[in-house]
Design a binder for this molecule. Structure first.
Ligand SMILES: Cc1ncc(COP(=O)(O)O)c(C=O)c1O
Length: 372
């Protein structure tokens, strides 16, 4: 039996599950993870907090994750300067689940979501998974959002949900505040539209967070994650900031007790160590900038990056270049953007290994594969 022999929903037929290859190679720079392990004092604190939580695992966890959401609100207030409280913050198992809950609430059968491609592929996959029709919006050749074309697409397609990913994955491109405002206003002029600003990588940005834009805009939602800046991808903790009504609305679809007591305890321990973890972010930003310079010095085209990863090219056959770099023990990502590959900033040693591989590959491969 194959999937298509089963009575699966029509929109799932012929689809493949999301998945970057998880290959066992020495240098893994393909999934935009933070390369630094959590520091030992934090590991010890997690053990302590989890032991505490374990003592009451016979009970369901706090369904509303009040302590955790309060601490997340405190973190956002401190780092964005925009005052937030418990009622404006919601948390779930990764920002993917947050996005899923938003689409279950505001998308669904008969509704549609629009995003500007190339972008984070899960926006489309979660849309499809929730029965929301996906609409691919345009970008400029430099991967910024073409505001006029975007406004035209909003008028034509009248989506219920609009995705703005800033910094955008896989390009690294930040979206200007004025662009977000223009798109938000244009969308609302057509019909009430939930605007999801996905800020998974914002801590790595050169620019300020777009989070203060939620003020006075009840349909603008900012999603965040602890998978990147907090170096806790394995934790599965994402969150959003929005108007209180949005936070109330997603609770209509969340599963009861969706955030385990162990998850809540671990996330709280990580938040106690925010300053140390943000110190790693500073190091990674430096490494990101070093990689951008080094790739440009090799004559490659590098998209400006506000993130912990870099899109570079251009290659006539990016798959061949990806494979040749992998053959040298370095795993990066081919996101299917014609001519481009994406590398995540790792530790200085990992980045050196990557740069060595790129130097060799661009010298050795035929000019048909590498045109730069
Ligand atoms: C733009 C973007 N949003 C959201 C996510 C999902 O993150 P999480 O681990 O919080 O589900 C990712 C993960 O790579 C991402 O790139």
């Amino acid at each position: 039996m194959k999937i298509d022999d089963l009575p699966v929903r029509d929109e799932l037929r012929g689809q493949s599950p999301y998945g970057a290859p998880q290959l066992d190679v020495p240098v893994q720079l393909n999934t935009n993870e933070n390369p630094y392990q959590l520091p030992e004092p934090l590991v010890a604190r997690i053990a302590e907090r989890v032991a505490d939580a374990a003592r009451s695992l016979n009970r369901y966890p706090d369904r509303d994750a009040v302590e955790l959401r309060t601490e997340l609100a405190r973190y956002l207030t401190r780092t964005t300067g925009h005052p937030l409280e418990l009622g404006q913050v919601w948390a779930a198992n990764g920002s993917n689940e947050v996005i899923q809950q938003l689409l279950q609430t505001f998308g669904g059968p008969g509704r549609s979501a629009l995003g500007f491609e190339p972008s984070y592929q899960m926006h489309e996959l979660i849309s499809r998974g929730t029965g929301t029709r996906w609409i691919a919006g345009p970008r400029n050749a430099d991967f910024t959002i073409d505001v006029d074309a975007a406004i035209a697409a909003l008028a034509e397609h009248r989506p219920d949900v609009l995705f703005i990913c800033s910094p955008n994955n896989p390009t690294g491109t930040a979206v200007e505040r004025d662009t977000v405002l223009a798109l938000h206003d244009a969308a609302q002029a057509v019909k009430p539209t939930v605007v999801i600003v996905d800020e998974a990588y914002v801590e790595f940005s050169h620019r300020a967070s777009l989070l203060p834009l939620i003020e006075g805009r009840p349909l603008l939602v900012v999603t965040r994650t602890m998978s990147k800046a907090f170096g806790a991808a394995g934790l599965r903790l994402g969150y959003l900031a929005a108007d209180r009504a949005v936070v109330d609305a997603v609770q209509l679809v969340r599963l009861p007790y969706h955030l385990s007591a162990v998850t809540q305890a671990t996330a709280l321990a990580c938040l106690e160590h925010t300053d140390t973890l943000l110190g790693y972010v500073q190091k990674l930003k430096g490494e990101r900038d070093r990689l951008v310079e080094a790739l440009r010095a090799l004559g490659l085209t590098v998209t400006d990056s506000d993130s912990n990863f870099i899109q570079f090219g251009t290659f006539e056959d990016q798959r061949a270049v990806w494979r040749a770099i992998l053959d040298r023990g370095v795993l990066i990502r081919d996101n299917g953007v014609p001519g481009y590959l994406r590398v995540t900033a790792g530790t200085p040693a990992e980045n050196d290994a990557f740069l060595d591989a790129v130097r060799t590959v661009t010298k050795e491969l035929s000019p048909r594969s590498c045109k730069n």
